[in-house]
Design a protein around this ligand. Structure first.
Ligand code: FES
Length: 163
């Protein structure tokens, strides 16, 4: 009885099986990689945390009266998307002297309001009070109102916001 001879070369069936596996792998990668990227990429992207927000033309803000500007920001964190509203007071003391303050109280983050009659920012939560420069006058706030960095471009005020 002789030994059954096995050719070192593959036959048509083996070749077809290998080719089908190879093509299947390529197709799986073509479909799978974009799906994996879609699922994972939001979690590994670094989110932008600061930006310049336009507050509109400077000349729409009257001199002498703090004027509130409100804006919203949308933050994408992984798959979570949140939109929050914020406020800032533009205070023009003269043509060339101005400041931009946050309207968030430095005590427990309530929103302060400008009271023209007493020339103070008043926090409705615990009666914290600030002067027109954001300096604490009375109440529990531990520090002045936060100040925004700003710039003027083409007659518009832009504030630098950080998240
Ligand atoms: S949160 Fe403003 S005084 Fe407490």
């Amino acid at each position: 009885m002789g030994k059954k001879y096995k050719s070192p070369h593959m036959n048509r069936r083996e070749f077809t099986t290998i080719m089908m596996s190879f093509i299947g792998s390529i197709m799986g990668a073509m479909i799978g990689i974009p799906i994996i990227d879609y699922v994972i990429s939001p979690a590994i992207k670094t989110r932008k945390t600061d930006d310049w927000v336009s507050m509109g033309p400077l000349d729409t803000y009257p001199i002498g009266t703090p004027t509130l500007f409100t804006y919203t920001r949308t933050v994408v964190n992984g798959w979570e998307r949140s939109t929050n509203s914020y406020g800032a007071f533009v205070i023009r003391k003269s043509e060339n002297d101005m400041g931009v303050f946050s309207n968030i109280c430095t005590h427990l983050s309530c929103r302060v309001n400008w009271h023209e009659d007493i020339q103070q920012f008043v926090c409705p939560c615990h009666d914290g009070r600030f002067d027109i420069n954001g300096i604490v006058l009375s109440g529990p706030p531990p520090r002045p109102l936060d100040v925004f960095e700003y710039k003027i471009e083409d007659g518009n005020i832009l504030i630098h916001v950080k998240e």
